[in-house]
Ligand binder design. Structure first.
Ligand code: NAD
Ligand code: FE2
Length: 376
């Protein structure tokens, strides 16, 4: 039996920030980061909450660690809010989710609602039960999972992504693409997650480059925003795979943006999972056929199924190039010798990552190390 979870209400499109009016008269804690707290968007959120009592915690750091979550929890316990609002990218949203979970464990409920306003189009965190928190001791990015962290309402207002610079659009867009592709082949994939993953990928194909090239193309940003959430719903219900297992492991030790890492890893992981690099030229595995379906959903064609898998890899590499993203870890600014020396530890951490268990091919530590060597 499969279970497809639809918990979060989606308010989307222009002016969806007005959904915050439902929190009138409540004590509301807004969790955000130092930059977002200074933007006009924060002013719009305050206006929408004008009849609520609002406290802002703006100390979220990118890739939040245990200490950042603890600071958020202290702010929560001091203010005792009835509702929680997260404003920002995956970092503020994940921090708020972890704070909500820890507060709940101490008996503090936020029954008036947990609202999230993503300002990046990528992580899908607004609809998932996952939060990624870095352990400062092991440097590992730990994906926490609990249904208590599922937001009640996600507000997908294009105004929230209007200010995102092209670099952020590219990194988060590649994250969304990786969610769609991994969800489509993951062990838990099903007809519902397949439909959302396919659509999310087709939306990225049409709107991601437009979003990247123009800060005024709000239509493109609006569609890319909803597409990223679709990919989030897909992977929430199907699982992910070794792109994310490896990316969490690398990201804990080397400061490269999550989506950028995923873009470097994806082509290698597709070729590994689809088993198309072997000596059997006509052979395409069952997993390989999943990638073939995805390539067809993108309208790609080729002389054989095996070439369609390479066609999908080629599509990814073209999108990555047009988004001006690096193709290797060295191009991403990491010292190659330092990276090579870290590979055994990175492979061991990736092997244990929660996302790795969803991969359609059971990757060994040696396999993971092989992929890590290939991306240097
Ligand atoms: N929970 C999940 O399922 C999940 C999935 C993937 C990634 N993540 C996590 O999410 C985090 C990354 O999140 P992210 O990529 O969304 O970015 P982020 O929240 O880390 O923000 C990155 C930077 O962009 C800025 N920013 C955000 N929105 C902006 C906007 N509209 N305009 C201008 N600047 C803006 C922020 O202030 C920050 O400086 C990582 O910790 C990653 O591990 C979580
Ligand atoms: Fe991701």
């Amino acid at each position: 039996m499969f279970r497809f979870q639809l918990t979060t209400t989606l308010c989307y499109g222009p002016d969806s920030l007005s959904a915050l009016a439902d929190l009138d008269g409540r004590r509301v804690l807004v969790i955000t980061d130092g930059f977002m707290a200074t933007t006009p968007l924060m002013g719009q959120v305050r206006d929408a909450l004008s009849r609520a009592s609002v406290e802002v915690f703006d100390k979220v750091i990118p890739n939040p660690d245990v200490a950042a979550v603890a600071a958020g929890l202290r702010a929560f316990l001091e203010f005792q809010p009835e509702a929680l609002v997260a404003l920002g990218g995956g970092s503020p949203i994940d921090t708020a989710k972890a704070v909500r979970k820890l507060a709940l464990e101490q008996g503090h409920r936020t029954d008036a609602g947990f609202y999230v306003i993503p300002t990046t189009s990528g992580t899908g965190s607004e609809v998932t039960s996952f939060a990624v928190v870095t352990d400062p001791h092991s440097h590992a990015k730990l994906p926490l999972s609990s249904s208590d962290m599922l937001p009640d309402v996600a507000i997908l207002d294009p105004a929230a992504v209007a200010t995102a610079p092209p670099r952020l659009i590219a990194d988060s867009g590649m994250d969304a693409i990786s969610h769609a592709i991994e969800a489509y082949v993951a062990l838990g994939h099903n007809d519902f997650s397949d439909a959302l993953a396919e659509k999310a990928l087709r939306i990225a194909d049409t709107y991601l480059l437009r979003s990247f090239r123009s800060t005024t193309d709000l239509k493109a940003r609006e569609h890319q925003h909803t597409g990223a959430t679709m990919a989030g719903i897909a992977f929430q219900n199907s699982g992910l795979g070794i792109v994310h297992g490896l990316s969490h492991s690398i990201g804990g030790s080397f400061p490269v943006a999550h989506g950028r890492l995923n873009g470097i890893l994806l082509p290698h992981v597709i070729e590994y999972n689809a088993d198309v690099l072997g000596i059997r030229p006509s052979h395409v595995s069952e997993v390989g056929r999943r990638y073939v379906s995805l390539a067809r959903a993108l309208g790609l064609s080729a002389s054989s199924d095996r070439n369609l898998v390479f066609g999908l890899v080629g599509w990814l590499e073209r999108v990555r190039r047009e988004l001006e993203m690096p193709g290797t870890i060295t191009d991403a600014g990491v010292d190659p010798n330092e990276f090579r020396a870290a590979i055994p530890a990175l492979a061991a951490t990736a092997r244990k990552d929660f996302c790795t268990s969803g991969n359609p091919v059971p990757a060994t530590e040696g396999d993971l190390a092989g992929i890590l060597h290939a991306i240097v």
